[in-house]
Design a protein around this ligand. Structure first.
Ligand code: HEC
Length: 249
């Protein structure tokens, strides 16, 4: 092998290494943060923001020239209830601490791809929808990046669990939003496993404020639970959480 061949080989190798290391940097910079005031999201660089004038809500969207998604942020945003149940699938999951109803068509590219967040920020609701979109994965990544001013980025469902029923505020989503930082369904974490807690204890710990006695003095004991959750959870939310605690996996 001549010296020239060896040098050439080394240069080629360096070129390949540099190409790939730059390539991965490019990859990291392919999304940008879009700020809409009280909320923000991350979008791929080839998507852009669009804005319209809304009367009593904030309307806008994003587009990549082929596909577009529009949002409506305000008191009366559409909650997906008119979506065709025959043709759509639904999931209720947690995105950055907010319970989100997500829909996708049963057949890719033939229907609505959308998200609805009822308790978005203050009294505002949020929806964000597109039609007949082929690249669902990119849109789901955008959905997962949606954050409001008070969002908790540590609380997220692992994946969207689609079914053919609309189940807003399901036990699973309530659990992920409010309890999963300390409890697991089947394992003891910081708090005891949900599966091991009996029904009456759920009610007693969250909604019944009588008979507190001395049992409530522990740091994350009964008083903590009542203070943290009594106003957040309705009675039937407790029922849903109890139901969720009993479903076996
Ligand atoms: C900040 C952490 C934390 C969060 C969040 C939390 N818990 Fe707990 N929970 C605990 C701890 C710790 C215990 C055990 C406390 C003790 O025994 O004094 C506990 C105990 C309980 C118990 C009593 C169990 C028993 O068998 O006596 C119930 C019921 C309960 N949690 C329900 C919930 C529900 C429902 C949520 C969500 C709405 C929730 N917890 C959120 C930490 C937490």
């Amino acid at each position: 092998m001549s010296k020239a061949t060896v040098y050439f080989g080394i240069i080629l190798l360096l070129a390949v290494v540099i190409y790939f290391s730059l390539g991965s940097n490019f990859h990291n910079s392919t999304t940008s943060d879009l700020n809409f005031g009280t909320f923000s999201m991350k979008i791929p660089r080839y998507w852009k923001k669009i804005e319209f004038d809304g009367i009593d809500s904030y309307i806008g969207g994003i587009t990549n020239e082929t596909d577009s998604l529009t949002f409506d942020y305000g008191w009366y945003s559409y909650n997906l209830s008119y979506e065709n149940r025959e043709k759509q699938l639904f999931a209720t999951d947690t995105i950055n601490g907010k319970i989100a109803l997500i829909t996708k068509p049963k057949e890719v590219g033939n229907g609505t791809l959308g998200i609805y967040i009822e308790e978005a920020y203050k009294k505002n609701r949020f929806n964000f929808l597109g039609k007949n979109i082929l690249d669902e994965q990119i849109v789901f990544e955008i959905f997962k990046s949606i954050r409001f001013k008070d969002s908790d980025t540590t609380l997220n469902s692992k994946s969207f669990g689609f079914t053919d029923k609309i189940t807003p505020y399901s036990g699973r989503s309530l659990f992920y939003t409010h309890c999963a930082s300390c409890h697991h369904r089947n394992k003891n974490l910081f708090g005891p496993a949900f599966a091991s807690i009996n029904e009456l204890d759920f009610k007693k710990w969250i909604i019944d404020t009588t008979n507190l006695g001395l049992t409530g003095m522990a740091k994350f004991g009964i008083r903590y639970h009542q203070k943290a959750f009594k106003k957040l959870l309705m009675d039937n939310d407790i029922e849903k959480l109890i139901e969720y605690s009993k479903v076996s996996t």
